[in-house]
Structures are given as C-alpha cells and as structure tokens.
Design a protein around this ligand. Structure first.
Ligand SMILES: Nc1ncnc2c1ncn2[C@@H]1O[C@H](COP(=O)(O)OP(=O)(O)O)[C@@H](O)[C@H]1O
Ligand SMILES: [Mg+2]
Length: 303
C-alpha cells in the first residue's frame, strides 16, 4: 500500500509520520501542496492520502489550504481515501463555520457563530451581544483571535483581519463563552476512542481581564489532568463523530452550561517536547491505527 503525506513546509511531525509508516512496511511519498496536483498524485499510484497541511498554514498562505480542500474533493471523487476521512472532515479543519454547522446539526454544544457577510455587521454584532470573539474562519495557533467588548473594538478587529496580506478568507463572529475553570481541555480522539487529554492554562491579554485564552504560542502552559470525567470523554467522542473525523484534537472549555467545543484540530502540531509531556508518542499510535484499519487487501499493493 502506498500512502501519500500532503504537507506545506515540512515540519518535524511529518518526517516522524513518514518514519513510522515506512517502519510498518508502507510505501510513503511526501507531496508539497504548493507544487502538487491531482494528476501528480494519481501518477504516483497512491492509495491513501494523509492530510498534514496545517490549518495554521492559512495564517501565512491561505491559498494553500484552499488548494488542499479542492484537491481532497477531487481525490475523493476519484476513489482515493483521504485520512480524516471524508471531505466533510477535511473541510471542518479549514472552515470553522462549516464545522459549526455540523455540530449544531448534531446538537453538540458550541458557541453561537455567524459568518461576517460583506455588509455592515452592526445587526449581527448586536444580535450576539458583547463580549464576543472575532476571528478568522481558517487559521490556528491563536493567531488573530480577538475578544471584543463593544462595537468599536469589533470594527477594529474586523479591519485588522481584513487588512492581513496573506489571508482573504471569511471572518467569524462568535458568542464568547466564559470558562468556569482556569484551564481548557485538549481531547484527542482516535477512531472513536480518547487517546489523550490534557489542559492548557488560560491567559488574559489585557490588564484586569479574567483569563480566557488558551494558546501555547501566547503563553498557555500544558497541564496534566489526572482524572478525566466520562462526561468529557463522551462529549469529545460525540464531537469528533459529528464531523466524521478519524483523528481529531478538540479544544473544549467547561462553561456554566457544561462542556463546549471551541474548535477541531485535524492537523495538530506535535513536537518532541510535547511528546515528552504526554509520556508517549501519539504519532506512533496514530500511524499504527491507520495501518491496521486501512491496509485492507484490495488496497494493499504490497500483498
Ligand atoms: N467563542 C469563544 N469563546 C471563548 N473563548 C474562545 C472562543 N473562541 C476562541 N476562544 C479562545 O481562543 C483560543 C483560540 O481560538 P481557536 O478558535 O481555537 O483558534 P485557533 O485555530 O487559532 O486555535 C481558544 O482555544 C479559546 O481559548
Ligand atoms: Mg484552537
């Protein structure tokens, strides 16, 4: 069986994934989203494509995430399996509004969200009330997530996102959900089971503001969670299921109305330090699971 890993700038996890897939006897080829296309992938005789084009790529190269989306839709149409799985899942990684709609359909608790249309958003802003979150529809690593307290701040946040050179995607307006704990939860779900859970400390960006933001790049610390409630586990599993994901790291906060999904991360970043914190190598477990489940005889050229 041949597996293609689609990536942008090659980071540590993609090389690590390649190593583990090779160790398990798969043929592996790396494809850079910027220089590949459907034809090249077809000519390479790939059976399965593993998406590792980070959602955060949109922060510096929005076009590449959109190219990846189009490519996956074409490949899926041609019968090539894309891990994380259907077009629904892949799209949910790059389109928070799309993921929001999938969650609402399944009655999974997530902040009320509106897409900013071209017109003056005054009505939408007033409809959601303040404070609210203004953020990019595609992107990650906490880049350009604004908590705004009034119309003026909202307009200023919208202007900032609109003026970004590398981003011309949509903008989201989102109900601000107030965390009732000092940390959020990152819950990794692999093939319907919880793989790991940890927290991130919440931080504030302004003096006098209650901590609300979980973002490693802005200073949140990793937190061990010794006892994970069954409620949190089943909530995360349900959340992953509603976007049909194979592997999903969900950002979840506890609010006074219970757990709430902020975001799905289908292409999470792993670093050696993070693996050390977790105490095991999720890349090894994920690649093992993929090989076990996907290497069915009619797909395996090697057999
Ligand atoms: N609607 C919201 N209410 C409260 N906090 C939010 C909301 N949206 C985002 N946040 C905070 O901002 C962080 C980053 O937002 P997120 O949508 O996960 O973007 P990114 O893709 O950059 O990680 C979240 O982990 C959470 O701490
Ligand atoms: Mg996030």
């Amino acid at each position: 069986m041949k597996l293609g890993i689609l990536h942008h700038d090659l980071e540590w996890p993609e090389k690590e994934f390649k190593k583990y897939f090779l160790d398990r006897g798969l043929d592996v080829e790396l494809f850079d989203i910027r220089s590949t296309n459907t034809e090249k992938i077809l000519n390479a005789n790939v059976d399965i494509i593993f998406n590792r084009v980070y959602a955060s790529v949109a922060n510096r190269d929005y076009k590449s995430t959109q190219k990846a989306l189009k490519l996956y839709a074409e490949l899926e149409e041609l019968g090539i399996r894309v891990i994380n799985a259907s077009n629904t899942t892949v799209r949910s990684g790059y389109d928070k509004y799309f993921a929001y709609q999938a969650m609402i359909k399944e009655k999974v608790n997530t902040p009320n969200t509106l897409l900013l249309n071209g017109h003056d958003p005054k009505e939408e802003l007033n409809q959601l009330g303040f404070p609210l979150i203004v953020k990019k529809n595609t992107g990650a690593r906490g880049d350009c997530v604004f908590k705004v307290d009034n119309l003026e701040e909202a307009y200023s946040a919208i202007t900032k996102i609109k003026s970004l050179e590398d981003y011309d995607g949509e903008i989201l307006l989102q109900e601000f959900v107030t965390p009732v704990e000092p940390n959020d939860y990152r819950v990794a779900v692999l093939n319907g089971k919880v793989l790991f859970v940890h927290g991130r400390s919440l931080i504030s960006l302004k003096a006098g503001e209650e901590p609300w933001l979980a973002s490693r790049s802005s200073g949140s610390k990793l937190i061990k969670i010794d006892e994970v409630s069954e409620e949190l586990k089943s909530f995360a599993i349900k959340g992953a299921k509603c976007i049909d994901s194979y592997f999903d790291v969900l950002d979840i906060v506890k609010t006074e109305n219970g757990y709430c999904i902020i975001e799905h991360n289908l292409t999470p970043l792993f670093t050696p330090q993070y693996l050390e914190f977790l105490g095991f190598n999720p890349i090894e477990v994920i690649s093992e699971e993929i090989v076990k489940n996907e290497c069915i005889p009619n797909l395996c050229r090697a057999q």
